[in-house]
Design a protein around this ligand. Structure first.
Ligand code: IMP
Length: 214
């Protein structure tokens, strides 16, 4: 942290090279004195291999690796789609459900095939966000969005499983919602709001008040 006038400036490194995620995080973490940078600003740091068995392990690994490499506070997220009838699968393997280099369409096809025989379409997106201190200590919070898996893909917006996911209380899939509406409901929006609540004092510390005159 350094001081400009009486305002403390703290850098927070976001462990992503995805400009859409970064934009969403910037909107929610608009704290005074917080300077948000991302992995795009540190091209020399290699991508962290997400080989944990849980969302928590991956988020913490990414945040701690970047914090130790840069000496900054670092924030990282990991998200999975957890389907009740599949006992929480694809979960931490959501990105590579249909294979190591599977695209979104292949993952969606595999999910529809896996649920072909069942009427239980209930599912949730779960997002874990970890914050690591420059010394490598980390904490995490989570955000959950419950919903159901549609019978066929619908909509053009978003990414990943969005064309198949109908958030609870809604008729349309995430891919049929405007992005602001999705962000308001989504697992990542909820996790980010919780992260801001839990860590805003740490990330945007008030300048110390001068001692009152005797
Ligand atoms: P990541 O941890 O954000 O990279 O997410 C892992 C995988 O989960 C992605 O490759 C997507 O398949 C899926 N995913 C994560 N967030 C979303 C979302 O908001 N909508 C749809 N799919 C998502």
């Amino acid at each position: 942290m350094h001081v400009v006038g009486t305002l403390f400036i703290m850098k927070l490194l976001i462990a992503t090279r995805n400009p859409h995620k970064l934009e969403e995080i910037r909107e929610i973490f608009d704290l005074p004195g917080l300077d948000i940078v991302s992995a795009l600003d540190y091209p020399e740091i290699p991508d962290v291999v997400e080989d944990g068995e849980t969302l928590e392990a991956n988020a913490v690994k990414k945040a701690v690796t970047l914090a130790l490499a840069t000496g900054l506070h670092a924030l990282a997220d990991d998200t999975g789609l957890e389907v009740d009838a599949l006992h929480g699968a694809p979960g931490v393997y959501s990105a590579r459900y249909a294979g190591e280099h599977a695209d979104y369409a292949a993952n969606n096809r595999k999910l529809l095939a896996a649920l072909n025989e069942t009427d239980n379409r209930n599912a949730q997106f779960r997002c874990v966000i970890a914050l690591a201190e420059p010394d490598g200590r980390a904490q995490y919070v989570e955000g959950v969005c419950r919903g159901a898996i549609a019978r066929a893909p619908r909509g053009e917006n978003g990414f990943g499983y969005d064309p198949l996911f109908v958030p609870e209380g809604h008729e349309r899939t995430f891919a049929e919602l405007a992005s602001a509406e999705k962000h308001r409901l989504s697992h990542r929006g909820r996790a980010l709001t919780e992260a801001r609540r839990a860590w805003s004092e740490r990330l945007a510390p008030e300048p110390e008040k001068p001692n009152p005159a005797p």
